[in-house]
Write a protein that binds this ligand. Structure first.
Ligand code: VG1
Ligand code: CO
Length: 543
């Protein structure tokens, strides 16, 4: 059929945030809304003519409808081949893997990650170029600029492609190839980890529970953990992807992964627990009645990396986002390798990974990954932990306690205040920023302030800069408070407050985290006037 050139006008606010464009499903269903953004991608990223593109999503409501639209637009815009995950599914790290393995021009991933789904939930779209990673800011800025001037988009009127059947379909000269979503990814995992050792671990009676939270990792985890590694059937729970995540909140933390927490903290708990988020890039690791903070997880993987075949030659460096605890810095120091500090969001790790400066990366928000793909990777982290348990004979808890003994423990918590009025949150941050210059050298809650600034970053590889990435207050004893506003929400504003302090005395490394940080939590409130300004007497979520 003939290409249709459809006149359109710009929508306000199509600016990608920390990880792509996220809005309510209702917004994405506005006529021309998705089309405008997709055309802006095609217009802004060179090289699409005759190219191969990857397409898939986390399976949330509107996923397949959006995929059918994008296929018609891809055909009208000169794409030669689109690789789509079966049933329209691809995890974020899975998509990154396929983009790299098949040397694609790039990929479009449909996801709002851990945000709730369903007709009244959230939807999202992001573009990853040929390295498989989140588009860097120069690309997202170009896409955003294009959305502000767009006057038309191109589409074909072709029938829907059956996404349930593997194989190729012709769409007006463009090939749509429906691919097995797990195959390339599982093959990559087998090159990184000692599958024989993990298989032997399970054969020896090791039990685990993996909570896929009715999101995209279900098929990946079932194939890899149960089918290939021999974990007992039923080790994967909530393994069937649902378009509303079973009305859940697919965020792998102690609050939202309640089924998993009940199993790991109950009677007859398995040896290890893990969960992943909507699009499969986050992970939470639990030992038996033991919670691993994501920041500690990154440090443990760093310290023990050489136990995994894929990292046996050693790691070049590690990178963490600024609000992530300094446990990774200590692990890196122990190994004599560099540790990089970047702004929040995986897109800032891309240059370090591409340049071979960082091998492992992590964020406090349950994100860990490496140079095997260019996204954080939930299941990869789970396999890494399994490999460490198998190789060392230690439990999850023992591996973390080894870290604390060697590098000290860093007590760490994040307090989120969700759905604040935007104006109120902006004023809070503005006032906090204005107070920074007077803080140095003062004593706050019994601690002397050694540094108070707004984090700014210059990329050591390409020299690009990012300003206003979060307010940080560092104290003389190594304690730290960080404040920033979320860039992934779709309603109101979310204030995130990150609080940590090191404890090097082994006799005092066993406190309950909130109690261990109580005085700093009070200081964090006092410095920003959180309760007084918001009227909230407690955070919405504590991780
Ligand atoms: C949050 C996390 C950040 C993470 C981002 C995307 O961003 O804090 O560390 O990279 O989500 O993760 P923000 O701006 O809301 O704090 V995902 O799994 O939602 O793609
Ligand atoms: Co995610």
């Amino acid at each position: 059929s003939a290409i249709r050139v459809v006149p359109t006008t710009p929508f306000e606010g199509q600016k990608p945030g920390t990880s792509g464009l996220r809005k309510k499903v209702t917004v994405f269903r506005t006529p021309r809304y998705l089309e405008n953004f997709v055309q802006a991608i095609f217009d802004s990223v060179p090289g699409r003519q005759g190219a191969t593109m990857v397409l898939g999503g986390d399976g949330r409501f509107h996923n397949t409808a959006a995929i059918q639209t994008i296929l018609r637009m891809a055909a009208a815009n000169g794409i030669a081949r689109v690789l789509v995950g079966q049933n329209g599914l691809l995890s974020t790290p899975g998509a990154s893997c396929v983009i790299r393995a098949r040397q694609a021009w790039g990929g479009i991933i449909l996801s709002a990650s851990h945000n709730p789904g369903g007709p009244d939930g959230d939807f999202g779209i992001k573009f990853n170029p040929s390295n498989g990673g989140p588009a860097p800011e120069r690309i997202t800025d170009a896409i955003y600029e294009r959305t502000q001037t767009i006057g038309e988009y191109c589409i074909l009127d072709t029938p829907e492609v059956d996404l349930s059947v593997l194989g190729e379909t012709d769409v007006d000269g463009m090939v749509v190839e429906v691919i097995d979503l797990v195959a390339d990814y599982a093959a990559l995992m087998e090159t990184l980890f000692d599958f024989d050792a993990i298989r032997a671990l399970f054969q020896g009676g090791f039990r685990m529970c993996f909570d896929a939270m009715h999101a995209v990792t279900g098929p990946y985890a079932t194939e890899i953990l149960e089918n290939r590694l021999g974990a007992a059937k039923g080790s994967v729970i909530n393994g069937v992807p649902l378009d509303d995540f079973g009305e859940g909140h697919p965020d792998p933390n102690l609050v939202h992964a309640h089924d998993l927490v009940a199993a790991l903290f109950g009677d007859d708990a398995p040896d290890m627990g893990a969960a992943s988020d909507g699009d499969g890039d986050r992970n939470m690791i639990l030992g038996r009645r033991f919670y691993v903070t994501p920041s500690d997880s990154l440090a443990v993987l760093t310290l023990n990396a050489t136990h995994a075949p894929g990292y046996a030659r050693g790691i070049a460096g590690v990178a963490r986002s600024m609000p992530t605890s300094r446990a990774a810095d200590r692990a890196a120091e122990t190994l004599g390798i560099p540790c990089f500090e970047t702004p929040t969001g995986w897109k800032f790790f891309g240059t370090l990974l591409d340049a071979g400066k960082a091998t492992l990366c992590g964020e406090e928000s349950f994100g860990t990954g490496s140079d095997h793909v260019r996204e954080k990777d939930g299941l990869w982290a789970v396999l890494f932990w399994l490999n460490l348990v198998a190789a060392t004979g230690k439990t999850v808890e023992e591996l973390v306690r080894d870290l604390w003994r060697q590098c000290g423990r860093i007590y760490y918590t994040r307090h989120d205040y969700e759905d604040l009025p935007s104006g109120q949150a902006d004023t809070l941050m503005a006032d906090l920023r204005a107070s920074l210059s007077g803080l140095f050298g003062t004593v706050q809650g019994g601690r002397m302030v050694m540094l108070a600034d707004d984090f700014a970053y210059t990329d050591p590889v390409d020299g690009s800069t990012a300003a206003k990435q979060g307010v940080r207050v560092l104290f003389e004893d190594g304690a730290r408070i960080v404040y920033r506003l979320s860039g992934t929400g779709t309603a109101g504003a979310t204030l995130r407050v990150y609080i940590e302090r090191p404890e090097d005395d082994p006799a005092r490394q066993d406190l309950e985290t909130q109690a261990a940080l109580a005085d700093l939590i009070a200081t964090a409130d006092a410095l920003a006037g959180i309760q007084a300004r918001t009227g909230r007497d407690s955070p919405t979520v504590i991780t």
